[in-house]
Design a protein around this ligand. Structure first.
Ligand SMILES: Cc1cc2nc3c(=O)[nH]c(=O)nc-3n(C[C@H](O)[C@H](O)[C@H](O)COP(=O)(O)O)c2cc1C
Length: 336
């Protein structure tokens, strides 16, 4: 069964495309957001990203207590992207709240939402953090249930559907804000996980976080990262992210926020056609700079106009149109 109706692509170029969009009751000036963990340590850096045209910003993931993170090296460049094992370093929500307030001041000037990313060890932590983020002025909450390199946090919780549901419920009950769990590609039953998020009251789902990987230094005969393994991000993971968004779109009515390897308007459009209503940009900030989200948004506008879409919503899920019954291959095979 197909969960969503399929959009029909317009045939002629559109004279003007409206990039503004509404997801889970939140208005976005454009659908290209800053992903969690990049250029979002301070309110000032998030304000800059907003000024340079991002459609929204997500804070770095914040917990209850200050946390140092993993020993260096924590980031290494690899072919096609980055490997990081930051280990969720952060000053704790009580100290970080001022950064949210500062980003929010800039966001309010431009109608750009600020979403707080939070992590915890149990549903109670998430409930407290969601309330604190709301009090600091966050417009929405992203639940980090997918960090692949922090023991007892992130991915370990995001692989258990009952835990996902309970965390969702707890966060929702303590703040009336839209809440978006961020899931990992390292999940066997994506459909079950989406259902658990929906049962807990999720307003949308963010996919994907980084993929577990490692790099080896042959001279030192050892892993490069201080934590040995880390999370792979950047262009190399785009096909994985697209596949996850595409499959999720077939199984949930919830809006999907796509992230993973997006560095151009064409990349963003691929995610939107796979089923994403919003997208996020992370690693590409490193080579396109703080204006990367704004640049991707402008390029996306050109692509949408060229293909005749009057707005973003018309293009959401468009790739399911030409793929046979509900996006499945006609012969029922998913390929190798
Ligand atoms: C250095 C770095 C730090 C990150 N920190 C976080 C984080 O704190 N919370 C989180 O949910 N994701 C974090 N991520 C994952 C990104 O938000 C994103 O899901 C992932 O990098 C894939 O997107 P990209 O290919 O555009 O970077 C981090 C990624 C990188 C590269």
């Amino acid at each position: 069964m197909c969960a969503k109706s399929i959009n029909t692509a317009p045939r002629t170029p559109s004279p003007m495309t409206d990039l503004s969009t509404t997801v889970a009751g939140m208005g976005f000036p454009n659908p290209v957001m800053l992903a969690s963990g990049i250029l979002d340590e301070t309110g000032a850096s998030m304000a800059r990203v907003i000024r340079e045209g991002a459609g929204g910003v997500v804070t770095k993931s914040i917990g209850l207590e200050p946390r140092l993170g993993h020993p260096n090296p924590t980031v290494v460049e690899v072919q096609g992207g980055l490997l990081n094992a930051m280990g969720l370093p952060n000053p704790g929500m009580a100290a970080y709240a001022d950064e949210i307030r500062e980003a929010k001041r800039e966001g309010e000037k431009r109608g750009t939402p600020v979403i707080a990313s939070i992590f915890g060890a149990n549903p109670e932590d998430f409930a407290i953090l969601a309330r604190m983020a709301k009090d600091a002025g966050a417009d929405g909450i992203e639940l980090n249930l997918s960090c692949p390199h922090a023991k007892g946090l992130g991915l370990e919780m995001g692989q258990d559907p009952l835990m996902v549901r309970d965390i969702m419920k707890a966060a929702k009950a303590s703040s009336a804000l839209p809440i978006f769990p961020k899931l990992s590609p390292h999940v066997n039953d994506l459909e079950g996980m989406a259902q658990a998020a929906e049962d807990g009251g999720a307003d949308g789902i963010v996919v994907i976080n980084t993929l577990r990987g490692m790099a080896i230094d042959v001279e030192a005969r050892s892993p490069v990262l201080g934590n040995m393994t880390g999370g792979l991000s950047g262009l190399a993971i785009k096909p994985v992210g697209l596949r996850v968004v595409y499959e999720l779109y077939q199984h949930t009515e919830l809006p999907i926020i796509g992230v993973g390897g997006i560095g151009s308007g064409r990349d963003a459009l691929e995610y939107i056609m796979a089923g994403a209503s919003l997208v996020q940009v992370g690693t590409a900030i490193l080579y396109r700079g703080p204006g990367a989200c704004g640049m991707v948004a402008k390029e996306l506008e050109v692509e949408l106009e060229r293909l005749g879409y009057a707005n973003v919503e018309e293009a959401v899920g468009a790739a399911h149109e030409g793929a046979g019954d509900c996006g499945r291959r006609i012969d029922g095979e998913r390929g190798q």
